[in-house]
Design a binder for this molecule. Sequence first.
Ligand code: B12
Length: 216
Amino acid sequence: MEINQIFEEAKNSIMAGDKERAEEIAKKWLSEGIDPIELLSKGFVPGINEMGNLFGCGKVFLPDLILSAEAMESAAEMCSRAIPQEKVEKKGKIVIGTIEGDIHDIGKAIVICLLRANGFEVFDLGRDVPVQAFINKALEVNADVIGSSCLLTTTMEGQRTLEQELRQQGLRDRFKTIIGGAPVTQRWADRIGADAYAEDALEGVKKIRDLILGQK
Ligand code: B12
């Protein structure tokens, strides 16, 4: 089968909310040696993004979105497991989570997976995480970078609060910060004073590497 056709099938399985089909596709093509990052980013992810657009303009409803999200979670997990892990000394410590009030975590899971695959040590706080929990964990593990994700425009404010709290607690120079999530932009990062912004997981790994190298 042509590669674009595989991506198209992967996308369709997510849009149909067909978890079994998505798993079948992942299993088959991963075992045939397809690049898991490509299958994710060119196949499954466009499917969930398209569902988001349709949901946004009222063409599909929440139950459909939930089914698609479940299929997406499963496919993302299978692709993540297939990404070869770099067995090197840990390159740096990252504390990461989704901002309080926000339960979206599929994108964050992909970021974490690529970071781990590239030899970083990641502490995943999960989703709906209060600002102070990011700071406490970063202090506890002596993190290099704090990463926050948010998918709702309303929870973006939490990323600003994180910057403010770090400053108020005299910790702003101790950790680098990176922000991400669909509504987030470089402009927002500049406005709130975050050290970096990444549009996707691959760029996230690169920016985090730069932040850590620049720091040492
Ligand atoms: C899947 C999904 C869900 C799933 C989430 C399942 C889960 N476990 O995550 C479910 C169905 C539960 C859900 C619920 C809701 N959702 Co929703 N959801 C989405 C959807 C379709 C896709 C998100 C996604 O997974 N994308 C795929 C991943 C791979 O992309 P990503 O998250 O952007 O992540 C990438 C980058 O952003 C970046 N990145 C992400 N985080 C980070 C962090 C760092 C540090 C770095 C470096 C990079 C990085 O790297 C990732 C990989 O490349 C979006 C649509 C969209 N366009 O985003 C809507 C969307 C975000 N949801 C929306 C809404 C409204 C909701 C609900 C409020 C619906 C409701 N009425 O209940 C609830 C919110 C509940 C809550 N409190 O959070 C709206 C938000 C609108 C807004 N203006 O804020 C969107 C935009 C849909 C829409 N068009 O209206 N949702």
